[in-house]
Design a protein around this ligand. Structure first.
Ligand SMILES: [Zn+2]
Length: 366
């Protein structure tokens, strides 16, 4: 990794990542993330385009006869929607995206009103003193849970501006771990991909690339890869690279898992939503080997990414998911390793500089 660190064009704007992870972006409510994306894309792109669900992409034309390449993260994070306010002022909620109820009780959230105000709350839990023995051993369902914002009544909660249909996101500050190499925060899945898209455009500022590049982020990935469809229709890419975060399999209690943090960027070869085409995989391996970028293969039998949606659009779009692994994704605080983010930036820069029309032709299945 030392070699990568020494290359100045690979330095990462960590302040930008902090900003990106900390804004709220429940599925369908990505507007604050989009605002941050827009402010950065505007600095580096020739043009900014948006689809009608809110996906946003910066275009940079390197060679107008080259293939059209889309590199995208997704702006949404796993979150909650308020469904009902009880008489005594508690908020019932519906999870948005995949949550395991074990990780929810006693966690802090921010409720976001339709005026954009953040109202702090906590997912209420029963003190251990009041639990029966069999209750202690059971999983509490999310349908039994509620958010407590400290309101005395429904009227008070409504006066504060809370309404059914509003959303709540995890509260979890961006925190550098001791040693400076790892960062814990909410929303690494997938502000990582949003930030990499921006880093890619910024890294290409004074560089030739033999293609038309679109870099940005979709919406509503966490609720079933929904925003990837309008993105594909809008841009009609020849190749698609989803930049996303996979679950790290390197902690206690996990065996035979894929993905260790700090061991390099991911090349996802299989998940529930897609099989990576062999020539595309080989092209990626060649780049990683030649540029000496640390990488690891990744398989996720239960997961999927936007690539799963985009690759089956139009006449077929050769696609792959790359990115990093993070520990504890789909919880309040996941941990990434800075080296992996640098490796991912180096990788997307190298592939954008390499992908010309001939290479694209050779990647398609014949
Ligand atoms: Zn996710």
């Amino acid at each position: 990794m030392t070699k990568l660190l020494e290359r100045s064009e690979l330095s990462i704007d960590w302040e930008m990542f902090e900003l990106l992870t900390q804004v709220p972006g429940a599925p369908g409510f990505e507007y604050e993330v989009r605002k941050v994306m827009k402010s950065y894309l505007a600095q580096y792109a020739d043009e900014i385009i948006q689809d009608r669900l809110g996906g946003i992409y910066g275009k940079k034309e390197g060679n107008r006869n080259g293939p059209k390449i889309l590199v995208a993260g997704h702006m949404d994070e796993v979150a909650f929607m308020i469904t009902r306010i009880t008489e005594d002022g508690f908020l019932k909620f519906q999870p948005l995206g995949g949550w395991w109820s074990h990780v929810l009780l006693a966690q802090r959230v921010d409720v976001i009103t339709n005026k954009g105000k953040r109202i702090p709350g906590i997912i209420g839990s029963i003190p251990v003193h009041l639990l029966e023995q069999d209750q202690k051993e059971k999983l509490v369902k999310t349908s039994q849970m509620f958010i407590d914002v400290g309101a005395k009544s429904r009227e008070e909660a409504e006066e504060w501006g809370i309404l059914p249909g509003d959303v709540a996101v995890p509260f979890s500050p961006y925190t550098e771990c001791e040693g400076g190499k790892r960062i814990m925060s909410k929303a690494w899945d997938n502000r990582l991909g949003c930030g990499i898209a921006i880093e890619l455009l910024s890294g290409l500022q004074d560089e030739y690339h033999p293609n038309i590049l679109y870099a940005g982020a979709t919406v509503q990935e966490e609720v079933g890869l929904r925003g990837a469809a309008p993105a594909a229709h809008l841009i009609q890419p020849d190749l698609f690279f989803a930049v996303d975060v996979g679950p790290a399999g390197d902690t206690l209690g996990l065996q035979d898992g894929f993905g260790e943090i700090g061991k390099g960027m991911l090349i996802r070869v299989y998940d529930r939503s897609m099989i990576t085409l062999p020539r595309l995989r080989d092209f990626l391996l060649d780049i990683a080997e030649r540029e000496k970028i640390p990488y690891q293969f990744f398989v996720s039998p239960g997961g999927g990414t936007d690539a799963g949606r985009v690759h089956v659009t139009g006449k077929g779009v050769p696609s792959v998911a790359i990115g990093v692994v993070a520990r504890y994704i789909h919880t309040h605080a996941s941990i990434i390793d800075k080296d992996d983010v640098e490796a991912t930036k180096a990788f997307v820069l190298a592939l954008a500089k390499e992908l010309d029309y001939t290479t694209y032709q050779s990647i398609k299945n014949h």
